[in-house]
Design a protein around this ligand. Sequence first.
Ligand code: DGL
Length: 265
Amino acid sequence: MTNSPTILVFDSGLGGLTVLREVVAARPDAHYTYVADDAFFPYGHHSEDEIIARVVPLMGELIGTHDPDLVVIACNTASTLVLSHLRAAYSVPFVGTVPAIKPACARSKTRRVSVLGTKGTVKREYTRALIRDFALGCEVTLVGSPELASLAERELGGQAISDNDILAELTPCFVGDAEDASARTDIVVLACTHYPLLLGRMEKLAPWPVEWIDPAPAIARRVSDLLVPYSGSIAQTGAEMIFTSNRVHGLGATLTPFFGGRAVA
Ligand code: DGL
């Protein structure tokens, strides 16, 4: 591994940018390539077989082209399914993004936790196993959202998203007695990397205040631990953004903050 490691961050779309910004903050010395598999977005609408057949060979091509020192699968819908396949096929280290059920259940005071993810993520055996192993007696409500990732993409692209559209996806997370703070959901796990893009809106729309768990800072710490120790330098290189559809995104200024202010080619 070089002193300026190359990190490839992968998602179905723009949600992985919420993970990227934390990784960039933790490792400003690295070179970044962000890949949005938008030609296949949203992953939440595809079957498990389709996602495996899509992501495993695509990752082989990306590793061949970009030669990363580490790959972050910044997508719960993919990580809960393909991480074991990727690790079996390629020797580069992979860091995944999976629902933060363990810390949420350890922290919940009301013992009511909701997990908001794509329909795919909440169906996964991986997610069910996390609940079996780490719920610690909490009541865990799985909420599979069909549209929230697409709404987040549209908002980032500058389109207006209505409160009602967001609320329709969010409301099932709020379980229990609205009038009794000790008997209602107190933690919502953001189990899709797109959802932190809408966090400000969701906080305002929530029927009562909850703690929202975004695993991105923990992922960034894990990435940093796996790389050569941080030297204190800041990479002078820019960063690359790749859309598998080859579309012209026109998101230049919007993307820059996620890349820590680097020029994005
Ligand atoms: N960002 C992805 C995740 O974390 C999913 C969005 C999609 O359905 O493609 O699950």
